[in-house]
Design a protein. Sequence first.
Length: 88
Amino acid sequence: MTKKPNTSSWRLDRRLNLSVLVQLMALASLILGSWLNLQRQLDLLQRDVTMLLKAQETVTQKLEALAAQSLSHEYRVQAIEKRLGERP
């Protein structure tokens, strides 16, 4: 008495047909294209952030100069007010 092989068991079919290969290549090209697009976007973002930081440094320098000039003018106004207050 020989035992019959179990025909209801699952078998893994290792064959790849052409459509599966084409789908895998399309998926790989989409992934690669998306990655390259993200890299390009990151490069543009880095350039924009660098330009923004340079502009911020310029504005900061101008604000510091204006603050110093404002302080100088405040001292001058106080000195003038003091002189005018001393006059009879």
